[in-house]
Write a protein that binds this ligand. Structure first.
Ligand code: GLN
Length: 494
């Protein structure tokens, strides 16, 4: 196995034993990037010179046993909607071409403070709107398990980088599923934290009441390590929650006996692919064998989640994206006849079709006469959905569902059908509506494609869902399968 195919915790152990140095890991990752990046397109920009310089400094610290933290010397990729001072940040949009932020996102700064090596910036759907990474204005990203399939989205570049060994771990953002769904499609582990746990300072806003930054890694243990590094109160984000720093690895080894897991009927009904259902049910049986008690439950409002999400998130997007007028950020168009024409031309040329669709939908939902019928109604249903989850969590410790109702779909297949694309998110958006934590873990393969299981927790119960995922991964091998290097071993579990 190549170093680039190892997990963060495996590499950290090799560092501690002084068997491997950061520059060796980086060299392995860069070799893999050279081999596969052209066909996968995970990155928008690589920053290897800076990474090599940082690796040398980390080598010195590791040799002396003076690591800055668990991330010291670990090559990490970040999604292109996370600002890093001095590095062009485009959100894969033409309108932000040339935008170089003067400051660094808190989550990214925390990685840097712990000595992580930032490899570069990963591809995404434009402004994180999409489920396939095909809405990038630059290029589509391909699934490493089969380049004919999409990798999921919008954090497709980050998920592919981790799955393919082009990074050891990555950060993504999740507004309606953008960490979990690509994690599922690429066979990696991805976690969306509780709203407010990770600072959004320096994350380019899409829908501010849903957006969260989170880790994409090769297993739950790595997820816990990365989450511990980025979580915590930040005075620069007014929605960030006060609280003590938590070590999310501390409960990983606890057994599942006594945990009650709920299966919501509505997530297993019509529209769920038969193979996905079979694989999720096998994973649930495995959890039961590990001592968890499985109960059925009903979340009756599930059918309203998708419309509620698309109404509110588009409304927030239309307002957040109003700032891109060509004057303060990014690209300017030629000719400045008058201000209105200038704005119109900048925005018409700068935004892609999906972003325009969301701005129009959102502006409509917020406009006088429609506000009460659409936006306000959606907010009321949002409250009901939150309450329904609260009620469910009185009886169960966590909720288990598929992450995506289907296997990875073919590139191009849903591009001309926005509704079909939006349906990819049916299982993930309810979690963002209620602000809950949830993760996706690899739990099987069908037709050579990875399948992900979603585990949803109570607010701030990240430690509990990571524990469930880790206990599951201790008795299965799906998370150890790699599309390159190690061959495709592990596809059948243990
Ligand atoms: N696919 C969903 C959307 O297009 C979610 C995106 C996300 O989580 N950023 O809005």
């Amino acid at each position: 196995m190549e170093l680039c195919d190892l997990t963060l915790h495996e590499i950290k152990d090799l560092f501690v034993k002084k068997e491997v140095l950061p520059s060796m890991v980086l060299a392995s990752v860069v070799r893999r990037i050279r081999e596969v990046e052209e066909s996968l397109g995970a990155y928008l920009a690589l920053d290897l010179e800076a990474a090599f310089a940082a690796a040398q400094a980390a080598d010195g610290r590791i040799k002396e046993g003076k690591a800055l933290g668990v991330l010291d010397g670990i090559p990490v990729a970040i999604k292109d909607n996370l600002c890093q001072a001095g590095k062009e940040t485009t959100c894969a949009s033409r309108i932000l071409q040339g935008f170089v932020p003067p400051y660094t996102a808190t989550a990214v700064q925390k990685l840097l403070d712990q000595g992580a090596l930032i490899l570069g910036r990963t591809n995404m759907d434009e402004f994180a709107m999409g489920s396939s990474t095909e809405n990038s204005a630059v290029k589509p990203t391909r699934n490493p398990w089969d380049p004919r399939w999409v990798p999921g989205g919008s954090s497709g570049g980050s998920a592919v980088a981790v799955a393919a060994g082009e990074a050891i771990a990555a950060l993504g953002s999740d507004t309606g599923g953008s960490i979990r769904q690509p994690a599922a499609f690429c066979g990696v582990t991805g976690l969306k934290p509780t709203y407010g746990l990770v600072s959004r300072y320096g994350l380019v806003a899409f829908a501010s009441s849903f957006d969260q930054i989170g880790p994409i890694t090769k297993d739950a243990e790595d997820c816990a390590l990365l989450l511990s590094a980025i979580a915590g109160f930040d005075p620069l984000d007014s929605t960030s929650v006060q609280g003590e720093a938590v070590d999310y690895t501390k409960d990983l080894e606890r057994e599942l006996t006594g945990r009650t897991l709920g299966l919501p009927r509505e997530y297993f009904g019509e529209g769920l692919d038969d193979e996905v259902r079979r694989i999720i049910m096998a994973a649930v049986a495995q959890l039961e064998e590990l001592g968890a008690r499985i109960v059925e439950l009903s979340l009756k409002l599930t059918e309203y989640a998708l419309p509620v999400y698309y109404l509110i998130s588009s409304a927030e997007a239309s307002s957040n994206l109003a700032r891109y007028d060509g004057i303060r950020y990014g690209r300017a168009v030629a000719g400045r006849e008058d201000l209105a024409t200038y704005y119109t031309r900048t925005r018409s040329e700068g935004f892609g079709p999906e972003v325009k669709r969301r701005i129009m939908l959102g502006t409509y939902a917020l406009s006088a006469g429609y506000y009460e019928a659409y936006y306000q109604k959606a907010q009321q249903v949002r409250t009901l959905i939150c309450r329904e989850f609260e009620e469910a969590f009185r009886a169960v410790d966590a909720i288990v569902t598929p992450t995506s109702p289907t296997l990875p779909f073919r590139a191009g297949e849903r591009l001309t059908d926005p509704l079909a694309m939006y349906l990819s998110d049916v299982c993930t958006v309810p979690v963002n509506i209620a602000g809950l934590p949830a993760l996706s873990v690899p739990c099987g393969f069908a037709q050579g494609a990875p399948v992900g299981m979603q585990i949803i927790g109570r607010p701030f119960a990240e430690a509990a869902i990571l524990q469930i995922a880790h206990q599951y991964q201790k008795v299965t091998a799906f998370h150890r399968a790699r599309p390159y290097g190690a061959g495709r071993g592990g596809q059948d579990g243990l």
